[in-house]
Design a protein around this ligand. Structure first.
Ligand code: HEC
Ligand code: HEC
Length: 291
């Protein structure tokens, strides 16, 4: 009797541990790890850390030749956040980069810094999960500065996002890694880039994009240059071990031990599940070598 009782308890514990994630849990994971929405959308303290009770209530201001835009409040606050938006409207902002036809800046497209060209790859369940999570967070009142647009919005088509993914493809670890790298918009920073245009066709993963120092950033963010993350053994990460690549992504430590600079979202990627990290690395190993 006693033994059956223990076994039963263990079995129950195992079952509850193995229960399927809810949509909001999946959304929490996507938003706070691979998609790192808060890297742009959350306000920071003097040390550059996210202010946790104000997470996602509006964050960085981006100044480019095409626009000046601040990542808005995406908490469910009705007046200053997205609490008044329908699910379809939030989806449209994420995957098409378009605002709703009502409210603040009705119908005006979002600046290209919001990576909708990558998010269009999101599987329907993941899109629903992100919305379920965004609806579940605490509404925070915070109005961000109005954007200024100087040039028409230009988003580069990302080949894997255009081709799309389906659940069956994600059975293959390399394609699953490609999906995560797409929704993580890794190659937006890491591909050849010139005057606002990315060259995903000839420069995928080649690096070289320069991120200027952030003016007015509390931690005095230094300028940085995106690394070559192709499989090239000399210029890229082809000769790195899996553990070295994993450490760079999740802890911001280069192969030689040097701390890696922002804007890559190391602290968010630290929460990646081991299996997801392994698939991301499996995909990176297939990125054609470029010098
Ligand atoms: C690289 C920075 C960046 C990342 C990463 C990012 N966003 Fe954005 N997002 C922005 C900026 C900047 C804007 C505003 C653009 C403008 O004003 O034209 C924006 C706009 C939005 C809007 C429209 C809100 C409004 O009031 O107009 C939503 C919704 C949104 N983002 C959700 C998300 C979610 C969810 C994620 C993660 C899955 C995410 N964003 C990731 C920078 C980013
Ligand atoms: C917002 C821009 C940005 C995004 C998004 C980004 N990175 Fe980076 N990444 C950088 C920059 C900049 C560096 C170099 C930092 C330095 O040298 O101090 C870097 C460094 C790296 C390195 C270390 C390479 C080396 O030679 O030191 C790896 C590996 C890497 N990134 C992989 C990824 C992966 C995988 C993703 C997506 C999950 C990603 N990055 C997303 C900007 C970005």
């Amino acid at each position: 009797m006693f033994r059956i009782g223990i076994t039963g308890a263990l079995l129950l514990a195992a079952l509850s541990g193995a229960r399927a994630e809810t949509a909001a849990e999946r959304g929490f994971y996507l938003v706070n790890t691979i998609m790192a929405c808060g890297n742009c959308h959350s306000p920071r303290d003097a040390e550059g850390r996210t202010i946790s009770d104000k997470a996602l209530s509006g964050g960085l201001k981006f100044t480019t030749p095409a626009f000046v835009a601040t990542a808005p409040n995406i908490t469910p606050d009705v007046e200053t956040g997205i609490g008044g938006w329908s699910d379809a409207e939030i989806k449209r902002a994420l995957v098409e980069g378009l605002r709703p036809d009502h409210g603040r800046l009705a119908g005006v497209p979002l600046a290209a810094i919001m990576p909708a060209n990558f998010y269009r790859a999101l599987l329907p369940d993941d899109l629903d999960a992100i919305i379920a999570y965004l609806r579940s967070i605490k509404p925070v009142r915070n109005e961000v500065q109005e954007p200024v647009y100087k040039l028409p919005v230009h988003r580069d088509a990302y080949p894997d996002a255009e081709a799309g993914f389906d659940k069956a493809m994600l059975g293959d670890p390399v394609r699953r890694g490609a999906y995560l790298v797409t929704i993580g918009h890794c190659m937006e920073c890491h591909s050849a880039w010139s005057r606002g245009v990315s060259d995903f066709k000839n420069g995928l993963g080649r690096g070289g994009r320069v991120f200027p120092a952030r003016e007015g950033s509390p931690e005095g963010t230094p300028p940085s240059v995106a690394a070559n993350i192709t499989a090239d053994p000399a210029a890229g990460i082809g000769a790195w071990s899996d553990a070295e690549i994993a450490r760079a992504i999740t802890h911001g430590i280069a192969r030689d031990g040097r701390p890696l600079k922002p804007p890559m979202a190391y602290a968010f990627y630290a929460g990646l599940k081991d299996a997801d990290l392994a698939d991301i690395i499996a995909y990176l190993r297939t990125v054609p070598p470029l010098q």
